[in-house]
Every structure is written in C-alpha cells, then in structure tokens.
Design a protein around this ligand. Structure first.
Ligand code: PLP
Length: 395
C-alpha cells in the first residue's frame, strides 16, 4: 500500500487490535505494571527488554497518542506532557547547559516568554531575542555557543511567520538545532520537521485535542538521540501526560482534519468581514493578501489555521467594550477549540510579557485575539454585528 493520507493516518496509525481485541485504545489507568519475575523486572530496568514499568516512565495509552502525533509530524518519536509548557520547556532544558546561548523569536506565547526571559538566564543560559522574519538578524546574533533557535510560527497572537527552511539551513550549517512551536497550525497545516526543523512542540490543549477538556503538550523529535534526552528529562522532572488525558487527546485528534478544514474556511470569512468593518483598524490573518507575510505563509503552510488577531480603531476602550458586548462567542483564554473563543492578549494571555517586548511583537492594547470554532459562520458574524451595534449606543 502507498503511504496513507493525513486523515487516514490519524485513524490507522494504531494497530486495529488495541489489546484484548478492543477497537479503541483503552485507558490504562494504572501506576505500575506487573513483572513476570524478578529477572523480568531487572531486564526492563536495564533496557534489555521492552515493556512497561511505571506510568511516569511510559504508559500504553500515552504511547498510543505519542505514536499517532509522531506519525502526523513525520518524526521518529513523540513524548507527551501534562501541558504545552511541559513540552516547550523540555525542548530547551533537555538540551541546554550553562554557557550555551539560545536565539528566540520575538513573538512567543506569554509563558514561553517567561521561560526564556526569566528562567533560562537564571540557569546561566544566554537568551537573545531575534526577529524571526529577518534572517540577517539571526546571522548577526549567532555565536559559536548558540545551540538552539527557538521559533513559534505562526506566532501567538500576531501570526508572525518564521521562514523555517531558511533558518534551518543556516542553523544546520553552524551546528545549532531549530525548535518550532507548531500549536497554531497543527500538523494538518504545517510540518516543521519536513521544512527542516529538528524538534516540534505543541500545546495539544489547542487544536490537537480540540475540545477544551484537556491541558496537554507533545514534542516530536527527528532523531532517536534527541528523543532519548527528552525522555530522560521527562523522567526526572515528572512531566508526563496522564492516561485519561492521553485517551481524550487521541479521541480529539481523530477529527483534526475535518475540524481544521471547517475552521480555516470560517476564519477566513470572519477575517474578511472584520477587515471591512469601520470599527476595525487591521486584521492579522495570514490568509489575507493584506497580511505582511502572506506570501511566506502560503509557501510554507498548506492552510492558514483559525486563530488570528485584529486591532480596534477606538483603542483599548473599544476592545474592552467589544468583549463586553459579544454574546455567543466565549470570552476566555486558550484557542483551537470547537467553539469560538475571544480574548484580550495584552491583559490576559500575554499580560506577563515585558512592555519593550510587547512593542517589539506589535502587541498593542487595542488588539483582540479570536479562535474560530466550528459553528455556523453566519452566527459568528451576526454576533459581531450585534456587538458593534451595541457599542454605538452610549453606555
Ligand atoms: C497555549 C500555548 C502554549 C502553552 O500550552 P499549555 O498547554 O497552556 O501549557 C504554548 N505555545 C503556544 C503557541 C500556545 O498557544
């Protein structure tokens, strides 16, 4: 058989019989696994035999989930974590040591900013913030001690795009690794490892699980050596995902392709609608021809995703009023769920980003981030219509 397509891989990477003739992977809700004999236990600990020991080290439900995500990202293996930040932090801390240097994109998820700006330097790791849209900035700041270039693309919340192939080519010439946070695209629309990256991480809380009922993360590596370091790190820091969360994530993942298709179509329609509204200053959606990196986005991704930002002409007050007036959309943080979620990055998800970095990111106080769900598009637009109308009336 030829290689399966993405939607088939989602469903058929796991074996048909998931153990005990179960059609669906069971939830192995157990802390330990029983040894046949003392010799068997010793052989498992020595790595001479394959099998399960203890669920902090590995668990069959978690492994089923890791195997499917690794197949979708076209890497050698996956490691699931209790949150996206578990995967993000492992992608750096499993590899870096004091004295190393790390280049990080200027636009990152708020807690990722915290990690690289506050905690890596505390451990003696130098962090230099670069503009990932300018390869010259990477060349200028690269040092012999640079071990990792960490990128988030499209970046949260402005959708800034990094040219993964060009950056990876430069990094590999100089012996550094490229890590990409692929949360916004999901593997359905972008495969960073195929574009040259070494490691890909996700907050699988978002599109991969897609149902807002799990906080989780996953990391996919391109070599076995990298994965061995990540698994050792996960073992000693204890960040593995739980079996129930892996079960829910596997279940959510099964509909990723159809969710992403519907979400992307709807998101583009809503972005086009917002671009025409007189109250809106600009819309940052990579699928719009007005988006500064529209061409690069179209080159490296196969779709534009469903989360984007827009700014309000009326400043922070107008942004706040809009969030007060929406009725149907849910005002909460997170993204990539089946229902539409809307929030204010400067005071919520990115509130912890220092002011100078907010300015560098183009993250302004009149900005709103929206994650489009799978509702009828007309109802999302109708909610905006009524909210804009309500805003016109004095409060
Ligand atoms: C949400 C998010 C994270 C962090 O994930 P958690 O699951 O909340 O720990 C990391 N990167 C991006 C791009 C995110 O949107």
């Amino acid at each position: 058989m030829s290689e399966l397509g993405f939607a088939s891989k989602v469903l058929h990477t796991e074996p048909h019989d998931k153990g005990m003739h179960s059609h669906v992977t069971p939830i192995f809700q157990t802390a330990s696994f029983v040894f046949d004999s003392p010799d068997h236990g010793a052989a498992l600990f020595a790595g001479k035999e394959q099998g399960h020991i203890y669920s902090r080290l590995g668990n069959p439900t978690v492994e089923a989930y890791e195997t499917v995500v690794a197949a979708l990202e076209e890497g050698v293996a996956g490691a699931a974590f209790g949150s996206g930040m578990g995967a993000v932090s492992a992608s750096m801390l499993a590899f870096l040591k004091a004295g190393d240097s790390c280049l990080v994109g200027d636009t990152l998820y708020g807690c990722s900013v915290d990690l690289v700006q506050d905690h890596l330097p505390r451990l003696g790791i130098e962090v230099i913030t670069i503009d990932p849209a300018a390869i010259s900035d990477i060349e200028k700041n690269f040092k012999p001690t640079t071990k990792i270039i960490y990128l988030e693309t499209p970046a949260n919340p402005t959708n800034k795009i990094s040219d993964i192939p060009a950056i990876a080519e430069f990094a590999h010439k100089h012996g550094a690794m490229v890590v990409v946070d692929n949360t916004f695209s999901s593997p359905y629309f972008q495969k960073p490892l195929k574009l040259g990256a070494d490691i890909v991480v996700h907050s699988s809380t978002k599109y991969i699980n897609g149902h807002s009922d799990v906080v989780g993360g996953v990391l996919v590596a391109s070599t076995k050596d990298q994965m061995a370091k990540v698994l050792e790190w996960r073992k000693v820091t204890g960040g593995i995902m739980g079996p129930m969360d892996a079960f829910l994530s596997l279940r959510g993942l099964k509909t990723l392709p159809i969710r992403m298709e519907k979400i992307q179509k709807s998101a583009l329609e809503v972005a086009q609608y917002l671009e025409k509204r007189p109250e809106v200053e600009k819309v940052l959606h990579p699928g719009l021809p007005s988006f500064p990196q529209h061409e690069l986005a179209s080159k490296i991704m196969t779709g534009y995703g469903g989360t984007f930002s827009f700014t309000m002409k009326g400043g922070f007050e107008a942004a706040k009023r809009l969030l007060e007036e929406v009725k149907f959309m849910t005002v909460c943080v997170s993204l990539g769920a089946i229902d539409t979620m809307i929030q204010h990055p400067a005071s919520m998800t990115h509130a912890c980003v220092p002011e100078h970095l907010m300015i560098k990111q183009g993250l302004t106080r009149n900005m709103i981030r929206i994650s489009i769900g799978i509702e009828d598009t007309k109802d999302i637009i109708a909610d905006f219509d009524q909210a804009f109308e309500a805003m016109k009336k004095a409060k």
